[in-house]
Each structure stands twice: as C-alpha cells, then as structure tokens.
Design a protein around this ligand. Structure first.
Ligand SMILES: Nc1nc2c(ncn2[C@@H]2O[C@H](COP(=O)(O)OP(=O)(O)O)[C@@H](O)[C@H]2O)c(=O)[nH]1
Ligand SMILES: [Mg+2]
Length: 444
C-alpha cells in the first residue's frame, strides 16, 4: 500500500517525538534523508541514524524496522524516534512528505491493520477505547476486550445467538408430523432462549448507556445566567485561562471542555453559554446546547451571583444520574440573601471556596468511578447501533414464533445474523473508514 507517515506523539516540547511509517518501499524512500542507514534493514533492529537535508545534519534519531507481515499494520513499518521538539518533528515530517510518503489520516494505521487481517473490527474499537479511556479501570476493561476477543460482549452475544440459530435449524429439519409434541416443546424452549437473549441485550444496552456518557469521563457542567462568573470559575478550577472572561453578557457561546486527571479517573469540566433569551443565532445555539447538556452531565454546577440570585424554577433536576450543586459566586462582593440554600460560597476572583469545591467534585467523581468498576460496556456507538438493530430482528422473530410462523421467524433471525456479522466484523469496505476509523487519533 501507499506509504504513509504520522506523528505518534503530540507536537509539544518533550524528550522524544515518535513518527510512524507504514507501506511499501520505505527504506528506498528514506535513503536520501537517512544516508547512513545500511542498504537492507534487518527486522526488529534499532538503528542509530543521522538525518541530513542537503548535506546539513538535522538530528540524531533511533529507527526501528518491522518487516511485513510482522508489524502492527501487517505492512513494512518504521518508527523514528527523534528529539521531541515540535519544530524538529514538523521539519522531519515535511521532509518525509517530500520524499513521497504522504500524511496518514487519523486511524489509518489501524484501518490497514484491519484490512490486512491483523486485528478484527472489535479489536480495533477496543484499541481506540484503550487509548481514550477516562480511567485505568476503563482502560483495563477495554484491554480485556482487546486481548481476549471472545470476552467481548458483542462476540459473546453472537456466540449465544448462533447456538440458538443452530437449534432452530435442527428443529425445522425434523420431519413434519413426527414427534409433534417434542417439536412443540422444543419451539417453546427456543422462544424461551430467545427471550433470555433479548434480556441480555437489554441489560447490555442499559449498562452501556449508563457508562458511556457523552463526555467520556465524569462530566461537570458549569451553568447559570450570563455574567455570573461561569468562565472565571472554569478557569480557576482548571488553573488555566482558557475561557474568555468578560463583563459583556453572551461572551461564551460554545461548550468548552477541559480535563482534570485524578488517579481514579478524569473529570471533564464544561463551560457553557449563559441561559437568557437571545436574538443572536450563534448564542441561541450555544444556549440550546447548554439546556441539552443539563440532563446529560453527571453533575451540574449552577452558578448564581448577586445580579441573579435565584436559580430558575424547574430547570435543574437532581436525578440518580445527575447531581446538582448550587454555587453562590462573587462572595467577595456580597453574601447570598438570608435563608437561601447554596451548597458552596465561592469567589472566582479571590479563589475563596474554590479548593473546597474542587474537593467536593473530586469526591463525586471518585464515587462515580467506583460504581462503574465492575461493568463491561460496549466500546463504540457503532456497536450500540448494531445491538439495537439486532434486537429488532429478535423481537420480530419472537413475535412470529409465538404466532406459529416458524419459517418467517427463521428469516427474521437470519436478518439478525447478518446485522451481527456486520457488527462483529464484516462491514463493506467503502463504509469502514467513516464508520470506525475516522474517530481514531493520528498515528494510531
Ligand atoms: N467581583 C467578582 N467578579 C467576578 C467574579 N467572577 C467573575 N467576575 C466578573 O464577572 C464578569 C463575568 O465573568 P465571566 O466569567 O465572563 O461570566 P460568565 O458570563 O458567567 O462566563 C467579569 O467581569 C468577571 O471579572 C467574582 O468572584 N467576583
Ligand atoms: Mg462565559
């Protein structure tokens, strides 16, 4: 396949930056840039090498070679370890492009691994989840799916289903009229097993819905009226100046996302557009997103301030999946009205109360991750879609079976088999990149 290259490490100042290359004729294409490499590279060897551009030494690198098919992608793969200055890495990338090695798309290495049958579709998705897992426990579960293909929930369901399908075929093969009672009994037990499978699907989907929240981690939404100090608080909690703070209402329009990483898992902090009637189309869209996120976030911090002391009636709902904390901000200016019930008094300006708030959030996040520990959800939305579609065929088959139409029930199950086959690993190649690999990170 066409040679490709991508940085595996982020383009930030760091000790080592790694580039990954895959495809045909790699060592020929590298000859000009790395003239001190031997004519033929030995597989699984590390070379110390000095890239040059028009006689000018560029850097000192380590180079590793994996020969096809014994590599991640199944093609020839080369990894170059250079000094991790982002400008250096960009320069090497650009010279590699000039040598005829094009930039890889995100996820393209994994796509090739899949196309060359080095990993299954499920494995590819487990790998993606391993990389983006918001906690170590989640990483471990994804790794379990990755390393033991059969323990993957989708593969287990497929296994269970194929057993039932085989049982159905055996029953239908039974000559008509013979041992009718047995046949009727067996059809009943078949329905029973399909019902059990449907139950498994239902709990798997509920479990996944609960654990795969939209923000990949314990999410905390900062919401409130405009100018209450949401963006200031966001910056304070993240100890960063990412969100624009201004006395003009309507400054924050999109959801901003920041992460705090704790040993037990990540906390995803979201800054949002203040809720108010607005004529501005972009601001309206921001407010629509905020309202939607109010019910999806794991925790909502409602920020009130002297300008707007009362939270809106009915907008905030404490539910088993979303906890609400009421904050009084700008405590450096005034105290909340007597009798009001705020969980925390803070001042984003002086930082007063912010540490106590972070402590509270940390403890909520820890509880969240503890309750997720024993679960093994699906790895992707695509897998969720597969199960939902499969469940439709299953319900249809059950309905037909109960109304005595065994042949039609079998066709419905065959439909279901196709859906599962696709889900587990045989998507049409034209769709595969967009549906699976596009979401992966660069260099993977
Ligand atoms: N005195 C005081 N002013 C604050 C505090 N937090 C924010 N502000 C000010 O309130 C205004 C709005 O802040 P901003 O964070 O942009 O509010 P947002 O619209 O809710 O995101 C800015 O002028 C901030 O400097 C605070 O704790 N005390
Ligand atoms: Mg703001």
């Amino acid at each position: 396949m066409e040679p490709i290259v991508a940085p595996v490490t982020a383009l930030i100042p760091q000790a080592v930056g790694i580039l990954r290359l895959s495809g045909e004729r790699l060592s020929d294409l590298l000859r000009n840039l790395f003239p001190d490499l031997p004519e033929t590279l030995e597989p699984r060897r590390v070379y110390r090498t000095h890239p040059v551009d028009q006689g000018l030494p560029l850097d000192e690198c380590l180079l590793l070679y994996f020969q096809a098919p014994h590599s991640f992608t199944g093609e020839d793969v080369i990894e170059i370890h250079a000094h991790g200055n982002p400008h250096n890495i960009r320069r090497l990338l650009s010279l590699l492009h000039q040598s005829g090695i094009r930039p890889a798309r995100p996820g393209e290495f994994s796509l090739r691994a899949y196309q060359n049958k080095k990993i299954s579709l499920l494995k590819a998705e487990s790998l993606h989840r391993m990389i983006s897992a918001p906690s170590y426990a989640d990483f471990q579960m994804a790794h379990q799916h990755y390393s033991e293909g059969l323990s993957h929930p989708l593969a287990k369901i497929q296994d269970q289903f194929l057993d039932i399908l085989a049982m159905f075929y055996t029953l239908l093969d039974h000559p008509e009229g013979e041992e009718e009672d047995l046949s009727r009994l067996s059809l009943e037990s078949l329905s029973h097993r399909l019902e059990e499978l449907d139950q498994t699907l239902s709990s798997q989907l509920t479990l996944t819905r609960r654990t795969r929240r939209p923000f990949n981690g314990f999410s905390v939404l900062i919401a409130g009226f405009p100018n209450s100090g949401k963006s200031s608080l966001y910056n304070r909690i993240l100890r960063d100046n990412r969100a624009i703070v201004s006395p003009l209402p309507g400054t924050t329009r999109d959801l901003l996302e920041g992460r705090l990483s704790f040993p037990f898992g990540d906390l995803v902090l979201l800054d949002s557009a203040g809720i108010r009637p607005s004529q501005d189309r972009i601001e309206q869209e921001g407010i629509r997103k905020t309202r939607k996120t109010l019910s999806h976030a794991d925790c909502v911090l409602w920020v009130a301030s002297p300008e707007n002391p009362t939270p809106p009636e009915g907008l905030l709902r404490d539910s088993p999946t979303t906890s609400v904390l009421l904050l009084w901000n700008k405590a450096d200016l005034t105290s909340p009205p007597a009798g009001s019930r705020y969980n925390h008094l803070v001042s984003a300006r002086t930082r007063k109360g912010v540490d106590a708030l972070v402590k509270r959030l940390k403890s909520l996040a820890e509880t969240y991750y503890q309750s997720q520990r024993a679960t093994s959800p699906l790895d992707s939305d695509r897998q969720v879609g597969t199960l939902k579609l499969f469940r439709k065929s299953l319900s249809q088959a059950l309905f037909l079976l109960r109304s005595g139409q065994a042949d039609l029930a079998l066709s419905a199950l065959e439909e279901g088999r196709k859906v599962l086959d696709d889900g587990v690993g045989s998507l049409p190649s034209s769709e595969i990149y967009d549906r699976v690999f596009k979401l992966f990170c660069l260099g993977k």
